[in-house]
Design a protein around this ligand. Structure first.
Ligand SMILES: [Zn+2]
Length: 319
């Protein structure tokens, strides 16, 4: 199946008012309650074309969100890429020089290499080093149900369950190279209580994705006791979501050729009963599910050679 383009139903907000911020780092704002408590942070536009997070943070800031305790920081991470967003070429503003969600490796952050995303990562790193709980808001290429991604550490699954939204928690990466921010050492460490979660809110530009991003931020802020129930109720759309399902990633796949085609127009979370089911052709070679009751996670219909094109997963508690 050739990949289809999705319509752009969301409007990228004007974030210029947030450039100055108050932290000395562009597009980062910290609100200090003056009371003891953790440092909680929400990221938007880690990928410049994933505009739902900017919509959520813009909404919260315009509506006077304030932490009831501790400190709350909001960052528009890859603002340089976001500012290149063009609804007529919406896929092409994910990054400027490289994917900022692959650079969270000490050797690269400490190294001499220089590009737009490494510079931005280096200026954000001291802030992340002080963060106790992080939510990194993303979106996906297909009309998949929303997913909360984590490495699978107990502390991450615990807070993802406390957040209670969205409906699927996906543990493990099946990734190809580099490290995502949620894998950055201070977070991906079972010996401390810091957590970083990545939410994939839906298709990048589908209307629902904007409200799911805002709802996820509200459920997150409520779970860490940063907002009261009045603020939550005044802004949430899906106030009583269905119980969550926990999926464990069993593997990932990178494409071997530039000619990778799924056999159907999969969105994500399709389940295949039998191992060996053909789900794609990579340069004509059949790609089969590796085990029974295999769930397809985040199929990427636009993957080029060497890119991660899918993850396989299983339900941790199948019904
Ligand atoms: Zn993303």
């Amino acid at each position: 199946m050739p990949a289809k383009e999705h319509p752009v139903e969301l409007i990228a907000p004007d974030i210029s008012a947030y450039k100055a911020g108050n932290t000395g780092v562009d597009y980062v704002t910290t609100m200090d309650s003056g009371k003891p408590g953790p440092h909680v942070m929400i990221n938007a536009v880690t990928h410049g074309n994933e505009i739902c997070g900017a919509i959520a943070l813009d909404h919260l800031l315009k509506n006077g969100v304030e932490p009831a305790r501790g400190r709350l920081s909001f960052a528009f991470v890859n603002h340089a890429a976001f500012h290149r967003f063009d609804p007529k070429a919406a896929r092409f503003s994910r990054l400027v020089d490289e994917d900022i969600n692959r650079v969270w490796v000490e050797e690269r952050l400490d190294g001499e290499e220089d590009n737009t995303e490494l510079r931005r990562a280096r200026e954000l790193r001291p802030i992340y080093n002080t963060v106790d709980h992080l939510l990194d808001i993303h979106s996906m290429g297909t009309l998949s149900p929303a997913l909360m991604l984590c490495n699978g550490l107990d502390k991450e699954v615990k807070i993802a369950r406390e957040i209670g939204y969205p409906g699927h928690i996906v543990c493990g990466s099946g990734h190809v190279r580099g490290k995502r921010l949620i894998e950055y050492t201070p977070f991906n460490d079972a010996t401390n209580q810091k957590t970083a979660l990545l939410v994939e809110c839906g298709q990048h530009w589908a209307r629902d994705t904007g409200t799911i991003a805002l709802d996820t931020a509200l459920f997150f802020l409520r779970a860490v006791d940063f907002i009261d129930s009045d603020f939550f109720k005044a802004h949430v759309i899906d106030s009583e979501p269905a119980p969550q399902r926990v999926l464990e990633v069993t593997g990932g796949l990178a494409t071997e050729t530039d000619d990778f085609q799924f056999v159907e127009d999969f969105s994500g979370l399709e389940s295949f009963t039998n191992a060996g089911t053909v789900i794609a052709l990579d340069g004509g070679k059949e790609v089969r599910t590796p085990h029974d009751d295999c769930i397809l996670v985040m199929p990427n219909p636009h993957a080029r050679k060497g890119m991660r094109v899918l993850r396989f997963a299983r339900d941790v508690n199948p019904s």
